[in-house]
Design a protein around this ligand. Sequence first.
Ligand code: NAD
Ligand code: UFG
Length: 343
Amino acid sequence: MTKKQTILVTGGAGYIGSHTCIELIQAGYQVIVVDNLSNSSQESLKRVATIVGCEPVVFYSVDIRDQQGLEQVFSEHAIDSVIHFAGLKAVGESVQQPVAYYDNNVSGTVTLLKVMQKYAVKQLVFSSSATVYGDPQTVPIQEHFPRSATNPYGRSKLIIEDILMDLQQSAPEWQIALLRYFNPVGAHSSGQIGEDPRGVPNNLMPYIARVAVGTYPQLSVFGNDYPTPDGTGVRDYIHVVDLAKGHVAALHAFHNPQVPHLLAVNLGTGQGYSVLEMIKAFEQASECKIAYQIVERRAGDVAACFADPQLAKELLAWQAEKSLVEMCADVWRWQQQNPKGYR
Ligand code: NAD
Ligand code: UFG
């Protein structure tokens, strides 16, 4: 019998990480999670084990900037590959606290890479973002489009992509997948795990869900004068379970000799929806009225951002499958079953 592949998941207690742990375990991988719980709770991992019916997920409460702590994890497990989610992700906060963002995201990644080098672990899947395309000149966005950053969070992703490209060029045996996520939404269909933002949500979907349960009286729609069909911002919303499966597909692709050792791939659906369309879809799924008012544009927002998903299909044999109706229904189930998130 062949040994199970062991995957280190940094940030595995978080929103996308916890959903990916489920897909990994179900695909037969051994999972080790490292997370400092700065934006998550260990409860998510307990629920992962319940959902898949497995032993508790192996968990280390370690900060990825702590080299000694990371080395201990690598010395205790024969890790084959790393999926690297750990990072701070709030755009507005990154403008207020740029040093904290560069320290956490960039220094944290450099420390992780040092430890991977030391332990000769040379397969890495990295959580990049559509934010690296800045304000795209045209949509749908293809991977070769120019990259730019409009805020420190986005710049941290750009810098990390550059570091990983340099590393792979210096050591071609490394296999690195830069997965550029579009807008992850949704929750596991069990309703047991989902997105649990601390404080007031920055993102559209969790905000709508909290209006639906009455936490907030109404949604502010940031601008209706964009050059889009109804004037509100258009995004490529992708179900988090589809996104999670994209990570398993990237690990599989590492074993395909046809696939290059360095990949930068969009993970999106290719379909854009406006803010008003999202409100309508959520109203249908929840049978709740979502009150909203149009306010000023939010600084830094782009009019339209959606993926050309073709390259992921070709290289990873992956494509998003879940519909907008499922995204909304799953958020609503999670929100209703867990009105206070994991608390
Ligand atoms: P999340 O905050 O739910 O998950 C990130 C996890 O990393 C959290 O559990 C947090 O506690 C942990 N973490 C943060 N800094 C750490 C550190 N120094 N050491 C150890 N653990 C640390 O966010 P998410 O939505 O699951 O995002 C995961 C990744 O995907 C992030 O890198 C994010 O930038 C990227 N991404 C997210 C989105 C999105 O809209 N959710 C879009 C594009 C890219
Ligand atoms: N929006 C509102 N009201 C809100 C929140 C959002 O109208 O309360 C609008 C925004 O203006 C935008 C759309 O809803 O048109 C989506 O906004 P989100 O904040 O949900 O998502 P963004 O596209 O702005 O950004 C997200 C992540 C970024 C990531 C980017 C691309 O927050 O970190 O997707 O992956 F970089």
